[in-house]
Design a protein around this ligand. Sequence first.
Ligand code: 6BB
Length: 672
Amino acid sequence: MPVERTDQHELFKYYEVYETIGSGGFAKVKLGRHILTGENVAIKIMNKKDLGDDLPRVKVEIEAMKNLSHQHVCRLYQVIETSTQIFMVLEYCPGGELFDYIIAKDRLSEEETRVFFRQIVSAMAYVHSQGYAHRDLKPENLLIDEDHNLKLIDFGLCAKPKGGLGFELKTCCGSPAYAAPELIQGKAYIGSEADVWSMGVLLFALLCGYLPFDDDNCVVLYRKILRGKYENPRWLSPGSVLLLNQMMQMDPKRRLSVRHLLDHPWVMKDYNSPVEWHADSRYTHTFIHENCITEMAVNMKRSRVSTTALVKEWRYDQTTATYLLLLSKKQRGKPVRLRLEPTVCEDSCSPLHQGLQTREALHFSEDEDAVIVGSLEFCSDYIDDCPWVSATNNKDMRLASPSVEKKCVYSPSPERGRTMAQHRPERRDRDQGQTSENKENIAVQEKDVKIFALPPPRTPASSKRNARPNKNVLTTPNQNANFNGSKTNAVTPKGGGSASKESNKKRAAEFKELANVDLLAFSPERRSRSLDMAVTGDSEKKKRGGKVFGSLERGLDKMITLLTPSKKRALRVGPRKIKAQYNVTLTSQTNPDQVLNQILSILPEKNVDFTQKGYTLKCRTWGDFGKVTMAFELEVCLLQRLEIVGIRRQRLKGDAWVYKHLVEDILSTSSI
Ligand code: 6BB
């Protein structure tokens, strides 16, 4: 996604921009930091040209997020629109996707599921009360914040029927596996009812760690959904089985409504209170916090009255972002303070008003990861700490039925067909569960519908593993794995190598080589390119130039500190040492090079394309039309204290479940 300089400038006036954390459709999400408050944010970056016909969806999402303020809905802070780009600045959720959390734990206990599910019900009751249907509910669209609370994201497919939520919708949208049967049939449907079906699928995924209806082939998947039969694994309590059945009812009129979910016995268990769905007063726009206003007024050199008036316009500009982020600081017990930035413009205009004048220069590196030239003090600390390393359902309103939409939109998801079929483990163990058959199922031809196989005791992936040494590749240290050196020794990791002295020498040579490459990378052309991006005056440029490039002569050590994160990765001799986290698969091995070699040897077999940067493998799979269907990273690392090798995994693009199966497959086949 090429980013025009003027567009970058607009963003960099207010934010420091870091690693890409995900991409999907035409958006890329990067980590960022709001300069004035020092608060972390997520920045969704979209190129208008690339968006094409999807531009209205972005507008829909922005409008919805401006209207929704709730403790379990991801907050929008700022929208920056330029001639070519749209930047959405959003609440930072370092816990990542609920999806990753589920798969890391295989599945959640009923108790933990209840904690999350109550939050989902709260968010959805609120969203529906505001007249919106989300229409793309799935664990990938629920993020975990720093307090381990869920935040709903991605309102790009949401709908707000003009006459209210009781009015029917026509657009068939969302992810197929979560789509209600009425959507699949192309019928007009009520958005809130379809959302409840998706919530049922989501609840099942939380409790089971896999989907109730699943198939690589969309047609077969649709047939399964239209049959409405799924298997209830034995570990589900009768209460869970009942609730799932009430939510995944084929007939939308027989389905539970969100209003009924609020005080459903299963939902209330251990709480004895209904779900609170009203927006917490801390999240509404009605109360203006005086100390935030005072701090902003001082910074902007304005009166408090005019600052309050400006904030109350809720323009989702720098003023809104500063206010909301200051408020967030306050609510987390941090001082309500803005950073005092010196200003250079003649009339000493404030950074809040004018954008920072003395910022360090920023640019996008070749691999399009935003990097900072200068102000690396923060950057280097941050990267090491980076998260990936380290309503009422108003039935009375259902009477009118104008069809308002016609097209069929699916949230971007790679083909579930040919390419990925090989990665999906077979489901067996039919005897593990009981069939849940919803009444009034819609009749479909069953003759070529595959029998829906039940999952094995834990995850579907483990059934495939039965054919191989049994391993819990995604979460559990593997005690059985035995590396067969002769099998994969052929591949020598760049920046890695075997553990021998010989290869250490080689690594040292490679290290030097890389250092030279990096010196070249900081060539005058590149330097001037970076400096072009600077928002400061000439004297500032010189100062910065001195800070960054003058240091080259001061020696290699200094240069390493000043390198971009990706360059730092490339220069690292060994694997990173990280803490065990839920996106890290533990192995029983102690030699990172062997683990890396094992993975490297298996990727081509799985049709995974990759580039290697030290111990990080940037992996991709391709679809039929030369499009990247899936992008993810696998990084071999050492686990702090444990002294064993781990594999950090991060999905950047593509269907979450297909990714899960593929990575499980790679890691189990790699015999680690
Ligand atoms: C968002 C976010 C907010 O991310 C790929 C897609 C907010 C993401 C985040 C994170 C991990 C670590 C740190 C921060 C609004 N819309 C989309 C958002 C989408 C990506 C999530 C991860 N997978 N914080 N973070 F996810």
